[in-house]
Design a protein around this ligand. Structure first.
Ligand code: NAD
Length: 504
């Protein structure tokens, strides 16, 4: 069987996962999933309609009492089994992610899939560590304590850049805390979210705890956000769509968690190890073809090392091997779609009028022409207020700008509406200490850029959103705190009743 036949067979029952089984969407509209490395259609499927969202929300609501009522130990056991099933299916998950996104197989095998398995195992443990902060007699006549409770059926929306990991980040903390979830993946990349949900079911999580609706953003996404039976919206995607989602969620006073766009600065001070910084900049800007919300996008380099850094980056970029994402030797695959490739090319083409494209800036020819490829691209000479410096490009493009004083470097790093991630490169602990304090971002790396870890939070400052994914901090989003207060006196007329009854 060739690849499309295998996938058709695998998803023969449909590409919606509702109430514990795969089934077809009912919108009457079809969507093609295209392999961006070849342009070949992998699978055409029927998109979810609003009726499918309603069915998924009903399934999530029906599963809620049982799942929320399970003990932390029972939820933890189920999540441990879930991690085991995912690990057994690592090969299928990696191949499917590579096919639908164009990611190099070494990235999906070494990063996306093990990261997801580890995240699942982390939340299996964390499920038993939900903590209330206080209990005691804060008034002499009462005993108080807090209960940390799930919120309900959560509606989550995920982007296409890391479909498997984003499904994991959205679903795991929610269900570990006793919520149930309806997740809408990006309609061009739903397949690994479905495999993830199916693995949850096969691991014994009850039907309805995890549901996937594969549908379009405007109709199905907005229906999920506005749904009266959905208690919370958790959205990862662009800042523009996030603002719209926020407006809709606010109308029903939903809990809201927004993980939005980024434009990460990469600040190189003049005492940095320039070779290490250049390697970090190339890896950090090209990972996942630059379609990473934390990717290094703006390198600010102190004048004495600017030339050496720029030359080293150009050299390293020239050595990156573009190719078939299924080939383990490939470093850089295509972008996720031809539309995304053309969007990236548009930014670079417009920049030629005001900046210098040092390397890249074009699609490769030959055998790669049929895919959505774009060469690693280095741009210099752009002004701080130009669109290539300010806007999220989401492609394999790094812009390098010089700076003079430390003050200026940090000010430039902060000069953007975004604040998701940043890095600073120096051997001087006082400089790096200052950078970690003063750069406004949810994550600041020192002498590295990109690594994440399940135990640590991920989330934005400023217009990169609010709330945290991963780590125990994510429980702040997915739980609500209840104050319980007991009277200790058994007195009929309590002291404070005087305010109503007087001294009668
Ligand atoms: P996008 O905002 O276009 O879409 C994200 C999701 O929202 C998709 O599932 C889409 O179908 C859905 N959607 C679109 N319009 C909608 C609407 N009106 N109502 C409800 N849902 C709607 O983003 P994208 O292009 O898929 O992904 C790239 C973006 O995601 C980048 O901006 C990137 O920075 C961001 N991102 C952020 C993080 C983070 O952790 N902060 C992580 C990954 C990606």
């Amino acid at each position: 069987m060739d690849i499309p036949d295998r996938l058709k067979d695998r998803f023969a029952a449909g590409t919606q996962y509702i109430g514990g089984r795969l089934r077809a969407g009912t919108s009457g509209r079809t969507q093609d999933i295209v392999n961006p490395a070849t342009g070949e259609t992998l699978l055409g499927y029927e998109l979810a309609g609003t009726a499918d969202v309603d069915a998924a929300v009903s399934a999530a609501r029906a599963a809620l009492p049982g799942w929320a009522g399970a003990t932390p130990g029972e939820r933890s056991d189920a999540l441990h089994r879930f991690a085991g099933v995912l690990a057994e299916r690592a090969g299928e998950l990696a191949r499917t992610e590579t096919l639908q996104c164009g990611k190099p197989i070494k990235l999906t095998t070494e990063f996306d899939v093990p990261g997801t398995v580890d995240n699942t195992a982390f939340f299996a443990g964390a499920a038993r560590h939900l903590q209330g902060q206080s209990a005691g007699e804060y008034s002499a006549d009462h005993t108080s304590y807090t209960r940390r409770e799930p919120i309900g059926a959560v509606g989550s929306i995920a982007p296409w850049n890391y479909p498997l990991q984003m499904a994991a980040w959205k679903i795991l903390p929610a269900i570990a805390a006793g919520n149930t979830v309806v997740l809408k993946p990006a309609e061009i990349t739903p397949l690994t979210s479905l495999l993830f949900a199916e693995a949850a079911g096969d691991a014994g999580l009850p039907a309805g705890v995890v549901n996937i609706v594969s549908g379009a953003g405007r109709d199905v996404g907005e229906h999920l956000v506005g749904h009266p039976d959905v208690a919370m919206t958790s959205f990862t995607g662009s800042t523009e769509v996030g603002k719209r989602v926020a407006r809709i969620a606010t109308a029903t006073v939903k809990r809201l968690h927004l993980e939005l766009g980024g434009k990460a600065p990469f600040v190189v001070f003049d005492d940095a190890d320039v070779e290490a910084a250049a390697h970090g900049a190339v890896a950090g800007s090209l990972i996942n073809s630059g379609q990473d919300c934390t990717a290094a996008t703006r390198a600010y380099v102190q004048r004495p090392v600017y030339e050496a850094f720029t030359a080293a980056v150009a050299d390293l970029m020239a050595g990156v091997r573009l190719g078939d994402p299924l080939d383990p030797a490939t470093d850089l695959g295509p972008l996720v779609s031809f539309a995304q490739r053309d969007r990236v090319a548009g930014f670079v083409d417009r920049a030629r009028g005001y900046a210098r494209v040092v390397t890249g800036g074009e699609a490769p020819g030959g055998a790669l022409e049929r895919g959505a490829y774009y060469r690693p691209t280095l741009v210099t000479g752009a002004a701080q207020d130009s669109e290539i410096v300010r806007d999220e490009i989401f492609g394999p493009v790094l812009v390098v700008l010089p700076f003079d004083t430390d003050d200026e470097g940090i000010a430039l790093a902060n000069d953007t509406p975004y604040g998701l991630a940043a890095s600073a490169w120096s051997r001087d602990v006082y400089r790096t200490g200052r950078a970690t304090r003063e750069i406004q971002a949810g994550c600041v790396w020192i002498n590295d850029h990109i690594p994440i870890i399940s135990e640590m939070p991920h989330g934005g400052y400023k217009q990169s959103g609010f709330g945290k994914d991963m780590s125990s901090y994510s429980f702040e989003e997915y739980t609500q705190v209840k104050h319980v207060m007991y009277d200790n006196t058994a007195v009929v007329r309590k002291d404070w009743h005087r305010t109503v009854f007087g001294d009668r």
